[in-house]
Design a protein around this ligand. Structure first.
Ligand code: PAF
Length: 305
């Protein structure tokens, strides 16, 4: 027998789809009287897949039945470099609306670029420590763009919590640092990476893989798993040996090439020389028309908790 959905059980209101900041502010203000629970934001760039759906469901749980779950779908131009795929980035509004409907979202926010950015906008938001390495090194300007748009979304939605996927591990760490250092009253919550059956992390960019690249791509996660397995088998393996082992596995992938492969402290993202705390083995990998990122966490608990 079909289970009744949240909307049927708890509220009859259909999903609200808004495009302007003024509408968002007045809608959220008005909702508060009937739904006094937490406001939870899941920021996305649309083209929603099962990975996003999982973050959105996590957001629904955090918001509860008396809270408000907001999903933003905005392809943010300031986080794309001049030679990146801004124009090619998929825009799938009808589909995104369906996913949000199914995942019991209350408000879908899809502002046009002109709503988010004045033509002469000139304020930037930079995080200067965690943003420089890993993807930040290959994509200068990317994290300032992410910080800027996320801070703007936080100002517009004023969420109590916001959910970010762990696939973009560095983004999660940078946003967490921004929230800490700017004393933002928002909990930054990490959501687990959702994978295809063969282990490939779900990503909108997987669409850009050729069939043979798609067959090769799960090798990325398998190589990372081999690194973790090596540490589990021999925790005193040096980081040099561990990285060489993973690199060798990656080099066996018949297509594409490594952008970076690094083993870093899970919180500071600084390279480690021994695995004596939680670490992240993170990489970016170029295929012909897609740059994919993935990571794996391991290491002993931090000694001081
Ligand atoms: O992860 C993303 O989709 C984007 O970087 C985000 C957080 C929505 C900001 O544009």
């Amino acid at each position: 027998m079909r289970q009744a959905g949240y909307r049927e059980v708890f509220s009859i209101m259909p999903i609200t789809h808004l495009n302007t900041i003024a509408e968002m502010r007045s809608h959220l203000e008005a909702r508060r009287a009937d739904f006094p629970g937490p406001v939870v934001l899941v920021p996305t760039m649309g083209a929603l897949h099962e990975g996003h759906a999982s973050l959105i469901r996590q957001g629904r749980t955090l918001a509860g039945k008396d809270g408000t779950l907001v999903v933003s779908a905005f392809v943010n131009p300031t986080q794309f470099g001049p030679n990146e795929d801004l124009e090619a980035y998929p825009r799938t509004l009808d589909h995104d609306q369906d996913v949000c409907e199914r995942c019991e979202v209350d408000v879908l926010f899809t502002p046009p670029v002109g709503e988010m950015y004045a033509p002469d906008h000139s304020v930037s938001v930079r995080e200067d420590r965690l943003s420089e390495s890993l993807c930040g090194a290959s994509r200068p300007g990317h994290f300032p763009g992410v910080c800027l748009v996320v801070l703007k979304l936080f100002h517009i939605v004023q969420p109590n919590a916001a959910v970010f996927g762990k696939k973009d591990y560095q983004q999660l760490a940078v946003v967490r640092r921004m929230a800490r250092d700017l004393n933002l009253a928002v909990d930054i919550v990490g959501g687990e990476t959702v994978r295809e059956e063969d282990g490939l992390a779900m990503s909108s960019r997987n669409e850009n893989l050729t069939p043979s690249e798609r067959s090769a791509a799960p090798g990325i996660q398998r190589a990372l798993q081999a690194g973790k397995a090596q540490w589990e088998k021999a925790p005193d393996t040096t980081v040099g040996i561990l990285l060489r082992l993973v690199r060798a596995r990656l080099e066996q992938i018949p297509e594409g090439q490594i952008d970076y492969l690094e083993l870093v402290d899970a919180e500071t993202l600084e390279p480690v020389s021994v695995v004596d705390r939680p670490v992240v083995l993170a990489l970016a990998y170029y295929f012909s028309a897609a740059r994919l990122i993935d990571n794996i966490e391991f290491g002993p608990e931090r000694e001081n908790g």
